[in-house]
Write a protein that binds this ligand. Structure first.
Ligand code: AMP
Ligand code: ZN
Length: 136
């Protein structure tokens, strides 16, 4: 018996508010939404993070992220949306089963999903440019 909550959703053992389903993928409403219509898209198979899913399955999944993103935008009449995807605890991943968040955004909604606010120094950028390129 598996303990993973999203595996249980994939197997139909837990029934979320489902908005899309096919053979390999399910999308449903997040129960602790950051905004109305906040949705999650998951593969039914268990992959812990983005680094674990095979490329072909990821292609299918990201197409559904696009489809659900468009539907959520229309349904909520949002002004925009964020696609958020956390990998590992340090990055805020609470459920260790790969998932994409689709979070509708409204002008001046005050939601804080902030990125850096301090511009990097040139030598720092050059350092990370060369080091990351070595690993591509
Ligand atoms: P993360 O922090 O990226 O792992 O996000 C996990 C998300 O899953 C959170 O936003 C939770 O609210 C959501 N969540 C956890 N359990 C359920 C569930 N049974 N049904 C719907 N959403 C869930
Ligand atoms: Zn799982």
């Amino acid at each position: 018996m598996t303990e993973c909550v999203f595996c249980k959703i994939g197997k139909g053992e837990i029934t979320p508010k489902k908005i899309y389903e096919d053979q390999n993928i399910i999308a449903f409403l997040d129960i602790f939404p950051a905004a109305k219509g906040h949705s999650l898209v998951i593969p039914k198979k268990h992959y812990a993070t983005l680094l674990d899913i095979p490329e072909m399955e990821l292609k299918e999944l990201i197409q559904i992220v696009q489809k659900v993103g468009a539907a959520v935008m229309k349904a909520t009449q949002a002004d925009g949306f964020n696609v958020l995807q956390n990998n590992k605890e340090a990055a805020g991943q609470a459920v260790p089963h790969l998932h994409f968040h689709i979070i509708p955004r409204f002008k001046d909604d005050g939601l804080k999903l902030a990125l850096g606010s301090k511009q990097s120094e040139e030598k720092e950028l050059v350092h990370w440019e060369s080091l990351i390129k070595e690993h591509i």
